[in-house]
Structure formats: C-alpha cells, structure tokens
Design a protein around this ligand. Structure first.
Ligand code: CUA
Length: 196
C-alpha cells in the first residue's frame, strides 16, 4: 500500500496537489499560447501598417494648452476645415471635456486630408471608424494624422480615451461631400457642419 511507503518523496500526493511535471507541462503550454498570441498581434500590426497605412502618429509638436484660445493656430476662428493651396485640406480641432470643437467638420472626398488636433485639458482620443485615423490627443502636443476619404457620408468620431464622467457622450462627426461640390459651398459650410 502506498500509505506504508517510508520515503516521503515517493508517497502519493494528497488530493489537490498537482505533480511538478504536470505543472511544468501546463506552464510550457501557456508560454507557447502567449507567444502565439504575441506573434499574431505583431503580424496584425505589420500587415495593417503595410496595407492600410495604420501606424502610430509620428508627429511631435508642442503647444501651450493654457493659451489655445488666445490666438495662433488653434484660435476659435481658425478651427474647422481649411483649403490649402495644393488642393488638400487641413482640419483643425480642439478636444476638451466633453466636446470636439467644432463637433462636425466637412471635408471633400478623394482629397488628402490632414487632421491637426490638440487638447485643452486632459488626454482624449480621436478615432474615425473604417479609416486609418486613430490617435491620442494629449494636452501640450499637436496630434497630426493624414487620411483620405473615398466614401461619401458621415463618419462618427468618438473620443476613445476615458477623459471623465462625460466621456461616453463625447462624439463628433466628419461629413464627406463630393469633391466637386465642396468648392461651391459657402465659407461657413466648408469650415464646419455644426448647426448654426
Ligand atoms: Cu474625451 Cu473621452
């Protein structure tokens, strides 16, 4: 009988205690699974980076978040969509608790669009579903993302960094209009699509 074994190392383990060999096998299995998951995630990063231009924003530009409203690039009159001489457009937005300003912007389709954003208070996020646009908006820095819209219509942009009690209500949208129609809109209509 096992209970009569005198060598303590050979006595059967009490219920609930797993033999060391099995612990090692289980750990090795999980290490392999974790490495597999990491490999898949790395592959996703590389593949989406190459095929969809999805990549972390590389722009590093600082700005004083306490004086945004006093003038300069992010003064209120300068926000929204601006046409550039080369035919592209630049959209300037401020993210603040709990709004994007302006909360609706209009851009032409099939045109290079550069978003420039900064935060007036805490960290916010800026995401356009179905595009390569996805960045954090950090106070003190200007986030810059380039994209181009092929499909017309409204893209919703939720704040995707938790920024306080109003976070879930922090939404804005981008309205994409035909390229030929954009120049014929009034200045106000081109700059933003916020209801006047
Ligand atoms: Cu702003 Cu969440």
């Amino acid at each position: 009988m096992a209970e009569t074994e005198t060598n303590p190392l050979r006595r059967p383990l009490p219920d609930g205690i797993v033999p060391e060999g099995e612990v090692t096998r289980t750990e090795n299995r999980w290490i392999a699974i974790v490495l597999g998951v990491l490999g898949v995630m790395m592959a996703v990063i590389v593949v989406t980076g190459v095929t969809n231009a999805l990549h972390p924003p590389s722009n590093v530009e600082i700005i004083d978040p306490t004086t945004l409203h006093l003038g300069g690039e992010f003064a209120e009159s300068n926000l929204g969509t601006a046409a550039e001489p080369d035919g592209s457009v630049t959209v300037r937005l401020i993210a603040e608790q709990y709004n994007f300003v302006p909360e609706c912007v209009r851009v032409p389709a099939d045109t290079p669009v550069k978003f420039r954003l900064t935060s007036a208070d805490v960290i916010h996020g800026f995401l356009l579903v179905g595009t390569n646009v996805n960045t954090m908006v950090i106070p003190g820095f200007v986030a810059e993302v380039r994209t181009r819209f092929n499909a017309l219509g409204d893209y919703r942009m939720p704040c995707h960094e938790f920024c306080g009690v109003g976070h879930q209500g922090m939404w804005a949208h981008v309205n994409v209009v035909p390229k030929g129609q954009f120049p014929h809109l009034s200045t106000t209509e081109r700059t933003s699509c916020v209801q006047q």
